[in-house]
Design a binder for this molecule. Structure first.
Ligand SMILES: Cc1ncc(COP(=O)(O)O)c(C=O)c1O
Length: 376
């Protein structure tokens, strides 16, 4: 097998001179844990998500945990449940486990591979405390319908926008639909600060509660009267730091370019891969895709490992987004009737998608994928 001269991963972070200079400035300054850079990220991300407030925290999982615990402390429901899909990162399922809620798995749509609103609707009951709706790969779920369903049932909507900053549905941006929306700054994401996350909301009250939960339950600065403090509810240390915040601001300032480059890479795959063999997400009218991932399907599950190994032999490293959460040890006790998710999850492969992929790497990936298709 012809190998590329160096490995081509499915993702790679990119750090620029500007990123480095910003971090150096932070290191020379007065703050390394939460400080002014964090406030800047919060302001900038609230603009990205078209919300009033942003609360930065240590990562996207912490963002989900903070929202879960906020709802938990507010809820008087004894046997809570939450609704999400198995075709997402495990943090969305853990949202339920963090607060001892049953997880109800909704199926995904056959064409978009995002959570199916009708399936959500069929799982709601009076004990549902939240719907956690994750965008997938860079394509948003049908947030218009999902928001209608949540509003009409008075259910808190968590929009997990980790994969889709700046994606839109009819020009309404990702992060703007949920009662709370969460983002991740993990190295693999558009805003790749290493680690980091943010929650965006229009509720001043929620933003204050989230800030308190983020830092041990210490009273919000605006409510402090003396030097001591009193702690009530359980809380965490999910504070972010200035170094990640500096990297995040730098990436946010060039997010349009980062997304445009990903779209160009996607176009080359769109135009050159063998679509008689592979298939991909369909983008509904009015939606934009921002390509956190470029996932494709092989026609049969039995070919998936074969393809991953074939690529690996050529020095190309694909990835599975996502293994089915409902089949995982920790989640098998929750009921799920999700045939579409089960099927897509068994056939999906993420192929290389990162902004600095060069022409030679792209051509090689396309050639190998098409050769594999021919060989079957
Ligand atoms: C959909 C989704 N939600 C949440 C997270 C959690 O983010 P983090 O890795 O920053 O904890 C991820 C991260 O991969 C994700 O893909």
């Amino acid at each position: 097998m012809e190998k590329f001269n160096k490995s081509i991963p499915y993702m790679k972070h990119k750090i620029t001179e500007d990123d480095i200079n910003l971090v150096i400035n932070v290191l020379k300054g007065d703050y390394i844990t939460q400080g002014p850079m964090v406030v800047r990220v919060e302001e900038e991300m609230s603009k990205v998500a078209n919300k009033k407030y942003g609360v930065m925290c240590s990562n996207g999982t912490a963002a989900l945990h903070l929202v879960a615990e906020m709802l938990n402390q507010r809820s008087s429901v004894l046997k809570k449940n939450i609704i999400t899909t198995p075709f997402t990162f495990v943090a969305d399922g853990n949202f339920g486990r963090y607060i001892d809620a049953e997880i109800r798995f909704a199926d995904i749509d056959l064409k978009t591979w995002t959570i199916n609103p009708s399936s959500i609707e069929s799982l709601i009951d009076e004990n549902t405390v939240a719907v956690v709706a994750p965008h997938y790969g860079g394509l948003m779920c049908d947030m218009v319908r999902i928001k209608e369903i949540c509003d009409s049932n008075s259910i808190f909507l968590v929009e997990d926008a980790c994969h889709a900053p700046t994606a839109t549905i009819n020009e309404q941006v990702a992060g703007s639909f949920g009662d709370a929306s969460t983002f991740s700054f993990h190295a693999t994401k558009h805003i790749g600060a290493g680690e980091g996350g943010v929650i965006c909301t229009n509720s001043e009250e929620d933003s204050e509660v989230l800030q308190v939960l983020r830092s041990h339950g210490l009273p919000h600065w605006s409510k402090r009267t003396g030097y001591g403090y009193d702690i009530d509810n359980i809380a965490f240390n999910y504070r972010p730091n200035e170094l990640s915040a500096a990297l995040a601001t730098s990436h946010i300032s060039r997010i349009e370019n980062l997304v445009a480059t990903r779209k160009e890479i996607a176009k080359e795959y769109d135009n050159n891969l063998d679509w008689n063999f592979y298939s991909k997400q369909e983008i509904p009218d009015g939606y934009t895709h921002v390509y956190h991932l470029y996932p494709i399907l092989v026609p049969d599950w039995s070919l998936r490992d074969k393809l991953l190994n074939y690529l690996k032999d050529a020095n190309i490293f694909g990835q599975i987004h996502y293994p089915p959460m409902n089949k995982m040890k920790g989640f098998q006790k929750y009921k799920s009737d999700t045939p579409v998710s089960d099927d897509i999850s068994s056939r999906v492969v993420s192929i290389p998608m990162f902004v600095q992929i060069n022409d030679g790497e792209k051509l090689f990936v396309i050639e190998k994928l098409n050769n594999f298709a021919k060989s079957i």
